[in-house]
Design a protein around this ligand. Structure first.
Ligand SMILES: Nc1nc2c(ncn2[C@@H]2O[C@H](COP(=O)(O)OP(=O)(O)OP(=O)(O)O)[C@@H](O)[C@H]2O)c(=O)[nH]1
Ligand SMILES: [Mg+2]
Length: 303
């Protein structure tokens, strides 16, 4: 199976919900009138594409009908596709990681969003393209978090910097940057906790980790990746806003797109956050991470 077909297979749930609903909406209903627009609005909202994208789409459709560019409801799908590509294109900025040069990446996000798994997949991708990778067990709060990262490290051939459970993550990170100072020339990926006793604690801890990295290595972290679980739909958008304001996120990974019909949320994240989507996760395996491509993504959902 080619990469595109795999992507399509990964996005099956969103794809079938969206195309089935669109086809039902347009079937036998050739009149482009207000009731069609109302139903279309409902459909877009339930697909988690967000109110702004939805009203812009409907306005566009109405204008095109006025200009007599549209005479058949099924052509709306094409308009939707063009608008989706247009908005998603803006967040299509793959992460460029220089070869043989220290690069520090920190993954953040709420518990269970897929941080550790995504780190494992990224490490795999990077190792395959010839990078040295060092994993950093910055989640010292959850039992088994360190072992989980070590399993990934073994699987992909990346050493893990760790301390005991409940150690200060800032101290673990300090050790890791020490490796760079000692000559390590690869990618350092810092795993972090998704839950502490309170959300404020979590944000403070993440800020401290970021501060320590920056103090030890000016200019770092070079990337703060927010890992979001697509199955949570609009909740993911809310979380993204908080992390963006509090920590200063530079890129997004949207995980579990294979397990949800809410993949349309990418559109909403694009419109409301203006952050690049670096990767999407379409499964639990180590090859189930893709760089985000707006055309492929849209085609996988609608074609
Ligand atoms: N289907 C699917 N499952 C995923 C994907 N990414 C992660 N998962 C699963 O989601 C669950 C949680 O993933 P973790 O990587 O442990 O999440 P985390 O953010 O590190 O969680 P905490 O360490 O508790 O904060 C695991 O069972 C993963 O296998 C994905 O793209 N698709
Ligand atoms: Mg984790």
């Amino acid at each position: 199976m080619g990469l595109f077909d795999k992507l399509k297979a990964g996005l099956t749930k969103t794809r079938s919900a969206l195309t089935k609903n669109l086809d039902t909406l347009f079937f036998g209903k050739r009149v482009l009138d207000q009731s069609l627009y109302d139903e279309l609005e409902e459909l877009m909202i339930s697909a988690d594409m967000g109110p702004q994208f939805t009203s812009d789409l409907i306005e566009d459709v109405k204008q095109r009908v006025k200009r007599k560019e549209l005479d058949d409801a099924s052509q709306i799908k094409k308009v939707l596709q063009v608008r989706m590509i247009d908005i998603l294109k803006r967040m299509e900025k793959p992460l460029t990681i220089p070869m043989d040069q220290p690069f520090v990446l920190m993954a953040v996000g709420v518990n269970g969003s897929g941080k550790t798994t995504t780190i494992g997949k990224m490490a795999n991708m990077l190792r395959r393209s010839g990078h040295e990778v060092l994993l950093v067990a910055g989640d010292t709060f959850r039992a088994a978090a360190i072992e989980q990262l070590e399993v990934w490290g073994n699987r992909v051939g990346a050493p893990v910097i760790k301390q005991k459970m409940n150690a200060d993550p800032a101290a673990v990170v300090f050790d890791a940057i020490g490796r760079i100072k000692a000559g390590f020339n690869g990618v350092v990926i810092v795993d972090t906790a998704g839950r502490l006793h309170t959300r404020t604690n979590l944000m403070e801890e993440l800020k401290k980790v970021k501060r320590v990295i920056g103090k030890e290595m000016p200019g770092a972290p070079h990337e703060i990746l927010l890992v979001l679980d697509a199955t949570t739909g609009q909740n993911a958008v809310m979380q993204a806003k908080l992390f963006k304001e509090d920590i200063g996120v530079t890129g997004i990974v949207l995980t579990k797109l294979d397990g949800t019909s809410k993949g349309g949320v990418v559109v909403r994240i694009a419109g409301e956050l203006g952050l690049p989507v670096r990767f999407i996760g379409v499964g639990e395996g180590m090859d189930d991470l893709r760089t985000f491509d707006s055309r492929d993504f849209t085609a996988a959902l609608l074609d």
